[in-house]
Design a binder for this molecule. Structure first.
Ligand code: NAD
Length: 499
């Protein structure tokens, strides 16, 4: 069986811990590889080497670092199909969706070509007599990223690109569920001209994460994953004096106003709720139609659309709508939550529980589910299901719908479907959620804006990508300079304004 190791100091190496995790083919349920789980000693050694490599990389001029990004864009495009095939085979998502995963990561690498501009400091000429003042943006040293299974290309690229372009070394600990694509990306970075040791991709589980959290050389950690782990990493990383940003789970609501185009809203809900088997932090998992007439009409439009969904393996071609979920444990958890919804009184109007795919009976496929009459006290409403399950909560007014979304503990993304500009504007202004769609179901900001939620969907105060990423991966140094011609005689004892 294939064993997957680490990318350390410019080459693939086998793990030495003797510990491994299974990597599945989610479509068949077979174990297709074993991934090495790094020990603390392996992590510490890789971080030490990264710190050494950073000294030269950090002093490389930003234009040259940007050229590595430029070449990386070309190489990812060259290898797009190869990367997407590997991604689909370990994650289970469809081939076009895997390409989308890579594409949205690639766009951040494109943005990083602008590093020289983004890293420019500020300058004040004659801040005082003969005095100039300027601020520099300098790399932190060694930064680290810990990433989830659901976007094995996009999120590692969101982390690696800005950190490296800003002159840091980077330690990536990808998800142990689908570890191959990050290793392929590391090899492409080397081909693009990144010096060895500047990027280390180390596979592992909690031991590796804790080793990163406790290593004094690591200056900053960017995490993406579930909220309980985000909270843990934020607390431990901050306690250890690091700069930490953690992006957590979600429960994204879509409000459907009575004036909305219900066909468009139903199409949007099906795509955003069931695409990638619901395993997206920006998936819509709650539909909130306003008024019973809207709800009845919407449900009537949703049922046939959901029943028509094609569920299958990525190898079955482009007309598959979504694939299996990532593991048997994920499947069991989703089905358990569906049972809880039935027991707690929600109406299951599309029941995917008996779903089975001929020839793939052992795969981790989950049929699509639609609930109506969900109430806020139910587990299917409170918890992130991360599967192909859409819950409908009926609201009697816009204010009630707004309050529902505002009271939920998560605040990653949300959307409203309406033709009314006033309502849409009010929604965007008042809702306490980070990313808002107006007649757009999955409002993922483009690379030059920033990505981040509110409430329990985020811990830390800077977003991912865009200008925030360059702030996160650099620190400011401010220099006040005066030359002898600007100096006065004698010592100054008072703290006074410059004049
Ligand atoms: P996860 O929290 O299980 O794992 C994320 C990372 O943390 C992995 O690298 C994993 O190895 C590590 N990890 C897991 N358990 C750990 C522990 N006990 N101690 C230390 N490290 C640990 O998340 P996942 O299942 O891989 O991903 C799905 C979750 O990620 C969902 O909740 C989803 O909403 C969230 N997500 C959020 C965003 C966002 O930007 N807000 C984006 C994508 C995914």
């Amino acid at each position: 069986m294939e064993t997957i190791g680490h990318w350390i100091n410019g080459k693939l190496v086998a793990g030495t811990s003797g510990r491994f995790a299974d990597v599945f083919n989610p479509a068949t349920g077979d174990v297709q590889a074993q991934v090495a789980l790094a020990s603390t000693a392996e992590i510490d050694a890789a971080i030490a080497d990264a710190a050494e490599a950073q000294v030269k990389w950090g002093a490389t001029n930003p234009q040259r670092r940007a050229r590595v990004m430029m070449e990386m864009v070309r190489l990812i495009n060259r290898d797009m199909d190869k990367l997407a095939e590997k991604l689909s085979s370990e994650h289970g998502k469809t081939f076009p969706d895997a390409k989308g995963d890579i594409q949205r990561g690639l766009e951040v690498i494109e943005f990083c070509i602008g590093a020289p501009h983004l890293l420019k400091g500020e300058f004040t000429d004659s801040a005082g007599p003969g005095i100039d003042m300027y601020s520099l943006r300098q790399p932190l040293g060694v930064a680290a990223g810990i990433t989830p299974f659901n976007f094995p290309a996009m999120i590692p690229l969101w982390k690696m690109g800005p950190a490296l372009a800003a002159g840091n070394s980077f330690i990536l600990k990808p998800s142990e569920r689908d570890p191959s694509v990050p290793l392929m990306l590391a090899a492409l970075f080397q081909e693009a001209g990144l010096p060895d040791g500047v990027l280390q991709v180390i596979n592992g589980d909690k031991e590796a994460v804790d080793a990163i959290l406790d290593n004094d050389t690591v200056q900053a950690i960017g995490f993406v994953g579930s909220t309980p782990i985000a909270q843990y990493i934020y607390a431990r990383g901050c306690a250890n004096g690091k700069r930490v940003q953690c992006f957590g789970g979600a429960k994204n609501h879509m409000i459907i106003m009575p004036d909305a185009d219900l066909d468009q809203a139903a199409d949007a809900l099906v795509g955003a709720g069931f695409g990638a088997a619901g395993e997206r932090c920006m998936a819509i998992s709650v539909a909130v139609p306003v008024g019973d007439a809207t709800a009845d009409a919407l449900i009537e439009k949703l049922i046939p659309r959901i029943e028509r969904l094609k569920v299958g393996p990525w190898t079955a071609g482009d007309d598959v709508d979504y694939g299996p979920v990532v593991t048997a444990a994920a499947k069991a958890n989703i089905l358990k939550l569906v049972e809880s919804g039935v027991e707690q009184g929600a109406k299951l109007v599309v029941d995917g529980r008996g779903f089975s795919l001929q020839g793939y009976e052992d795969g981790f496929f989950v049929g699509p589910h639609l609930f109506d009459h969900v109430t806020p006290d139910m587990d299917i409403y409170r918890k992130e299901i991360f599967g192909p399950v859409l819950s409908t909560v009926r609201a009697q007014s816009y204010e009630e719908a707004l309050k529902l979304a505002m009271d939920h503990e998560y605040g990653n993304g949300t959307a409203i479907y309406t033709r009314d500009g006033d309502t849409a504007r009010d929604f965007a202004n008042r809702i306490n959620v980070g990313m808002i769609g107006i007649n757009v179901p999955i409002p993922v900001p483009l690379a030059y804006h920033t990505f981040g939620g509110w409430k329990k969907s985020v811990f830390g105060d800077l977003n991912q990508h865009g200008t925030d990423a360059f702030r996160f991966y650099t620190r400011t140094k401010t220099v006040t300079a005066r030359w002898p011609s600007g100096m006065k005689e004698g010592a100054a004892f008072n703290f006074k304004a410059m004049d």
